[in-house]
Design a protein around this ligand. Structure first.
Ligand SMILES: [Cu+2]
Length: 168
């Protein structure tokens, strides 16, 4: 009875850490963060956003983060039509489904200066066939990736098991 209780605790623990390991956090703008001087299009072109990943906006009190609902609102910097608004300097956004999302700074004039970013989220399956990987190399890289994920999960399972049993 007690053994199965421990087993489930360990399982939940392992699943939690495995999920954490597979979901990525993207600090918007990289080391420059959410700022007028950052080139967001070049930053985003180097990223793959997958369902389950998180965006982290880091900024000073001069800025905020608003989410815009459409491509036209994004192009026109129509901040008034924002669907969501965040402030406080450290805003986390979860990418919970595939599709395009639009973010801009809510401070007057900043969006027009280029302080905005488009995030295209892909499903995990689409991510493995993303442009750039040629058709011949795709199967190899996919199996390598899943082998890596399996190994990571396995190591985390063992690590959390030993860690948890040690605590108990
Ligand atoms: Cu701003």
């Amino acid at each position: 009875m007690e053994a199965s209780y421990k087993f489930y605790l360990v399982l939940v623990f392992a699943m939690f850490f495995t999920k954490q390991a597979l979901a990525a956090q993207h600090v918007v703008g990289g080391s420059q963060g959410w700022d007028e001087s950052t080139d967001f299009s070049s930053w985003s072109s180097g990223q793959t956003f997958k369902v389950g990943d998180q965006l982290v906006f880091k900024y000073t009190a001069l800025h905020s983060v608003v989410e815009l609902g459409s491509d036209s609102a994004y192009k026109n910097c129509d901040i008034g039509s924002a669907t969501d608004s965040m402030n406080g300097g450290n805003s986390v956004v979860k990418l919970n489904k595939a599709g395009t999302r639009y973010f801009a700074c809510g401070t007057l004039g900043h969006c027009d200066q280029g302080m905005k970013v488009t995030i295209k989220t892909v499903s995990a399956a689409d991510a493995s066939s993303a442009p750039g990987s040629s058709s011949s190399s795709t199967p190899n890289s996919t199996s390598a990736a899943s082998a890596f994920h399996f190994a990571t999960s396995f190591i985390l399972l063992i690590a959390s098991m030993s860690g948890f049993l040690f605590i108990i």
